[in-house]
Ligand binder design. Structure first.
Ligand SMILES: Nc1ncnc2c1ncn2[C@@H]1O[C@H](COP(=O)(O)OP(=O)(O)O)[C@@H](O)[C@H]1O
Ligand SMILES: [Mg+2]
Length: 427
C-alpha cells in the first residue's frame, strides 16, 4: 500500500466521503479494488443475519483485519448515559490499552470522529498533538491510523478504527474502504438495536398479557367460588324447600290443579337454574382439574362436549410421570376448551383424535378433527364482520407462548384441522 502524505491537521477539513469517488472506472481491474469489494461483501454477508450486537462487531472487525493484514483495530461504542466511548471489541490491542482508552465524545481522535461523523486518516498517530493519552499510544507502538464513524441514518453509535505499526501504512483508498465497512456495520448495529428494542417491547407485552390472563383467571376463580358458595347453595336449598312444599301439598290434600302445576314448574325451573349455575361454575374455573386431575379433566371435558354431537373420540394419551404446574395445567385446559369449542362450533367433524405425550423434555398435545377445515392464511388478517379473523386462535397461541411453549394450527378447506402445542417441561 503506497504511502500518502498527510496528517490529522489536513484531515480535519476533510469532507464526508463521496462514495462515487471510492472506485474510479479505470481502477476496476485493479486487484486491490477487487479485493476491497470482496472484503466489503464478506463483511456484509458475515454480519447479515446476526442480531446480537457483540457477534456483529466481532465478526465485522475480524473480517476487516483480514484485509488490513498486520493491522490492529477495534470498535468503540458511545455510552449514551455518560457520553463516553468505550471499546466493545478489539484485536491486536492490549487489554490495558483498551481499558484505559475510554474517551469523551469529541475528545482525542476517535472522540472527534464520533462527534463529527467524519473519517480520519493519520500517517503517524504517535506524532499527532491532538491524541490523548499519548503515552498509551506510544507504549502500544501505534503509527498509521484510520478511524471511521459507525452510523445508522443520522445517529452515530461509535467508531471503527485500524492502526498499524508503521508510518504511512494506509492510503485514502484504505480509508474509503474502511468507511464503507463502517457504513455496513452501522446499519447492522442500528438494526440490532431496533431488534433489541422490539424484543424488549415484545417481552413487556408478554408480561402484561400474562398479568391480564392471571388476573382474569383469579377473577373467574373468585366469581365461581362465590357462585358455588352462595348462589348454588341457596338454589339447592330453594329446590329442597319446593320439594318439601310439593310433599306437604300432597299430604294436606291440596287439589287445586293450577296451584299444583305452578309449584311443579317452579320446582323444575329451580333445578334447571341450578344446573345452569353449575355449568357456569365449571366453565369459569376448571374445577375438574382440582377434582379429577389434569388428564381425566381433559378427557371428561372433551367427552362431555363432543359425545352429545355424535362425534367419535379417539384418545392417544400417555400419562405424565410428574405433576404439571398449576399455571401450565390451567393454560392447557383453557387451550383444550378453545380447540374443542371451535370443533363444536365450526368443524362439522365426525371423528376427533386427542393426542398427548411427553417427548424429551416437552409435552406435546394435539387435537385433530376430520371436519370441513379452513384457510389458515386468513388468521390475523382483517375480516369485514368481526375485525380480525381468528382472534380466538391467536389468543390460544399467545397463551401457550406465555408458558414458553409453541402452538401451531394446520388446516385446509375440506381437509380437517389439527391444532398442536408443545410446552417445555420442568419437574
Ligand atoms: N376445527 C375447525 N374447523 C373448521 N373451522 C375452524 C376450526 N377452528 C377454527 N375454524 C375457523 O377459524 C375461525 C377462527 O376461529 P376462532 O379464532 O376461534 O374464532 P371464532 O371461533 O370466534 O370464530 C372460525 O371462525 C372458523 O372459521
Ligand atoms: Mg373460537
Amino acid at each position: 500500500m503506497p504511502a500518502k502524505e498527510n496528517n490529522f491537521q489536513n484531515m480535519k477539513s476533510m469532507l464526508p466521503i463521496n462514495k462515487a469517488s471510492i472506485f474510479h472506472h479505470s481502477e476496476v481491474k485493479d486487484t486491490e479494488t477487487i479485493d476491497a469489494l470482496l472484503i466489503l461483501s464478506h463483511v456484509v454477508s458475515a454480519v447479515s443475519g446476526l442480531n446480537e450486537l457483540n457477534a456483529i462487531l466481532k465478526v465485522g472487525l475480524e473480517k476487516t483485519l483480514e484485509f488490513f493484514k498486520g493491522a490492529h483495530g477495534g470498535v468503540m461504542l458511545l455510552d449514551e448515559e455518560d457520553e463516553r466511548l468505550y471499546y466493545r471489541v478489539y484485536k491486536g490491542l492490549s487489554d490495558e490499552y483498551a481499558q484505559k482508552m475510554s474517551l469523551r465524545l469529541g475528545e482525542g481522535i476517535n472522540g472527534k470522529v464520533a462527534l463529527t461523523g467524519k473519517a480520519v486518516l493519520l500517517d503517524d498517530i504517535s506524532k499527532e498533538p491532538e491524541v490523548l493519552k499519548q503515552n498509551l499510544v506510544q507504549k502500544e507502538g501505534l503509527r498509521a491510523f484510520i478511524s471511521v464513524p459507525l452510523r445508522f441514518k443520522e445517529k452515530i453509535f461509535g467508531v471503527l478504527h485500524c492502526a498499524g505499526s508503521h508510518t504511512h501504512q494506509f492510503t485514502y483508498k484504505d480509508m474509503h474502504l474502511l468507511h464503507s465497512i463502517g457504513d455496513q456495520l452501522g446499519i447492522a448495529i442500528g438494526q440490532s438495536r431496533l431488534y433489541e428494542r422490539l424484543r424488549e417491547k415484545r417481552e413487556r407485552y408478554r408480561q402484561v398479557a400474562r398479568q391480564v390472563i392471571t388476573a382474569q383467571e383469579e377473577e373467574k376463580k373468585r366469581i365461581s367460588q362465590e357462585l358455588h358458595d352462595e348462589t348454588s347453595q341457596m338454589l339447592a336449598a330453594l329446590t329442597l324447600n319446593l320439594q318439601a312444599l310439593i310433599e306437604m301439598s300432597n299430604m294436606i290434600g291440596i287439589r287445586d290443579a293450577k296451584f299444583r302445576s305452578m309449584l311443579a314448574k317452579t320446582h323444575n325451573s329451580t333445578i334447571q337454574i341450578n344446573n345452569e349455575v353449575n355449568r357456569l361454575i365449571a366453565d369459569l374455573r376448571p374445577t375438574l382439574l382440582d377434582s379429577l386431575g389434569f388428564i381425566p379433566a381433559i378427557r371428561h371435558h372433551v367427552e362431555s362436549c363432543l359425545f352429545p354431537l355424535n362425534i367419535a373420540i379417539n384418545f392417544e394419551i400417555q400419562e405424565i410421570p410428574f405433576p404439571l404446574s398449576a399455571e401450565v395445567e390451567v393454560t392447557l385446559f383453557r387451550w383444550v376448551q378453545g380447540v374443542v369449542g371451535n370443533i363444536m362450533q365450526h368443524s362439522r367433524a365426525k371423528n376427533v383424535t386427542v393426542f398427548l405425550q411427553k417427548k424429551d423434555q416437552k409435552l406435546e398435545i394435539c387435537i385433530q378433527d376430520d371436519g370441513r377445515g379452513f384457510d389458515v392464511s386468513k388468521i390475523g388478517k382483517s375480516d369485514d364482520k368481526k375485525g380480525r379473523f381468528g382472534m380466538g386462535l391467536m389468543i390460544m397461541k399467545e397463551r401457550i407462548r406465555l408458558i414458553k411453549g409453541d402452538c401451531s394450527i394446520h388446516s385446509e378447506p375440506g381437509k380437517g384441522t389439527k391444532v398442536f402445542a408443545e410446552i417445555p417441561l420442568t419437574e
